[in-house]
Design a protein around this ligand. Structure first.
Ligand SMILES: O=C(O)CCC(=O)C(=O)O
Ligand SMILES: [Fe+2]
Length: 513
């Protein structure tokens, strides 16, 4: 555990928590005014020094070219001797006096609140996922245009460089080169000195750009790029030789976000669901309760069966669910090689909970019982599993997957596999964050109060239905909160015939859940 985790303050969650990001923004403002204050103190000292220099110049002014005559004046000689004896010593003292120590210490103390390396990597990967998923061209990103929405912002040369670097690490050299080229285009001459302080050198961008060209087998392009830079030109042969003999090893695919084109295309605003021939209707039949309060439902697909119900949870119920569960959320992680250490998962980014140990307490909350009741009313099925909340932050996503386990576990022996899934959307996501069914080319936006239900198995045979492959598109604006639960086969044994094929456990996809 890092010191930040062991101290009483929980680590800040800049990706999921707007409040934490707000704190960061306010801290940035504070540090900028601290920097201005520091510059003002320095300026004051500069002003005094310039006045001192001027004051000392004045007596000497008319000595130029007539030094002997000047020194024959006894007052001048006295002045010179006294001045040389005393004044410079005081000046040295003044010059040595540190300036702006308070501001330097202020900055140093605030550094404990800065995002960590991991936090920064997380943010860069989130942007990477957004860029790839929503097909954001570098030119558009620089203008703040993402998936058809114009955001009121732009990014700097340094930001572009760090995105280009990530593409490079992932072995996507063409994309990397585009972002690096944009980074160079964005360097403004009036920022040369600023970039120098921030240790951002265009020579580094150019070297990486040349390296991309080498990886793309365009060595002559690489040479031209290096020759174009004043300091790199003379080293170009040596650099090219190094790049061609030390080929880059990209991040392994397990460590890379998995974003198959068929999946991400559905996430884009350019994708429209095929108009469905299925109609909206009021479900008033599943349970006696629904005869009193029918729910507006929409069948999105018949094979596999997918339906959506509107306005299921009331505002009060959503608020209560959040009050009970949200404090119990934990970062979705996966176990590292090293025992007891968790690192963020690449397959799904966000928070989930409650942990099984906390569930006893949660399941007693009346609102959780009501959610179970809603599930029974909508689906006519029994749900005995735990409800989980999933919260996705900026760029948060879930790779495409199946919900069935298709593997042999004590739980699948006892309860069967996950025959159906129910998702409750707890908020409207402003942009991004839809649930996408790859094979069905179906996108379901996250809308507060809506419930999505589907069968993971075919009705008669209970064969696993691979048409259900789905995932969660990266969130662009805001965050996404859902309640998810799985309905197990064998929990239905008293209400419907169950069927357990013996040939299912052919593959193991336990990476999920
Ligand atoms: O967040 C979503 O839209 C999908 C979540 C999901 O697939 C799951 O929890 O299994
Ligand atoms: Fe799922």
């Amino acid at each position: 555990k890092t010191s930040a985790e062991t101290s009483s303050n929980p680590p800040k969650e800049f990706m999921t928590s707007m409040a934490d990001r707000m704190e960061l923004l306010l801290l940035d403002r504070e540090l900028i005014s601290n920097l201005v204050q520091y510059a003002e103190e320095l300026q004051e000292k500069v002003d005094v020094l310039q006045r001192c220099a001027k004051a000392m110049q004045i007596p000497l002014e008319d000595s130029k070219g007539r030094e002997e005559e000047y020194l024959s004046n006894p007052l001048h000689s006295f002045q010179l001797i006294r001045h040389m004896h005393e004044d410079w010593r005081h000046l040295e003292k003044f010059m040595r006096q540190p300036v702006g120590q308070d501001q330097i210490n202020f900055l140093k103390n605030k550094a404990t609140k800065f995002p960590s390396v991991e936090g920064t990597e997380e943010a860069t990967e989130a942007i990477y996922r957004i860029i790839l998923t929503y097909n954001v061209e570098p030119a558009d990103l620089v203008q703040g245009l993402i998936d058809g929405v114009q955001y009121n912002s732009s990014i700097s040369a340094i930001d572009c460089f760090s995105i280009g670097t990530l593409f490079f690490h992932f072995g996507e050299y063409e994309n990397a080169a585009q972002f690096l080229q944009y980074s160079l285009d964005l360097v403004k001459p009036e920022y040369y000195s600023v970039n120098h302080v921030l240790e951002f050198e265009s020579s580094e961008v150019i070297m990486l750009l040349a390296r991309c060209s080498v990886e793309l087998d365009m060595v002559e392009d690489a040479r031209r790029i290096l020759m174009g830079h004043r300091d790199l030109a003379e080293h170009s042969d040596r650099l090219l030789n190094f790049y061609t003999h030390t080929r880059h090893v990209p991040t392994s695919w397990e460590e890379k976000p998995f974003l198959p084109l068929e999946f991400i295309q559905i996430c884009r605003s350019s994708h429209q669901n095929k108009p469905s021939r299925l109609h909206c209707r009021y479900n008033a039949t599943t349970t006696p309760f629904l005869r009193l309060a029918p729910l507006r439902m929409e069948e999105l697909s018949l094979d596999p069966y997918i339906a959506v119900y509107h306005n299921v949870l009331s505002d009060a119920e959503i608020a209560e669910v959040e009050r009970v569960i949200e404090p119990l959320l934990q970062r979705i992680g996966r176990y590292d090689e090293t025992p007891n250490s968790m690192s963020p998962s690449k397959r799904r980014t966000g928070f989930t909970g409650p942990h099984i140990d906390d569930y006893m307490h949660v399941s007693r909350a009346p609102v959780i019982e009501r959610v179970h009741r809603h599930i029974r009313d909508m689906t006519g099925l029994f749900m005995n599993e735990h409800l989980m909340m999933i919260k996705y932050g900026l760029g948060g996503h879930c790779d495409q997957h199946y919900d069935f386990l298709n593997a042999s576990y004590p739980s699948t022996h006892a309860m069967g596999d996950r025959m159906a899934t129910v998702l409750f959307y707890l908020n409207d996501v402003k942009h991004g964050g839809s649930t996408a069914f790859t094979d069905l080319q179906l996108k379901v936006p996250s809308e507060r109060g809506k419930v999505l239900f589907w069968y993971n198995m075919r009705g008669e045979t209970h064969n696993l239905d691979r048409g259900t492959v789905h995932g969660s598109c990266p969130v662009i604006d805001g965050s996404k909160k859902i309640l998810s639960c799985f309905i197990n086969e064998l929990d239905q044994m008293f209400i419907q015939r169950t069927y357990r094929p013996g040939n299912r456990h052919s593959e193991n996809i336990k990476e999920w859940h």
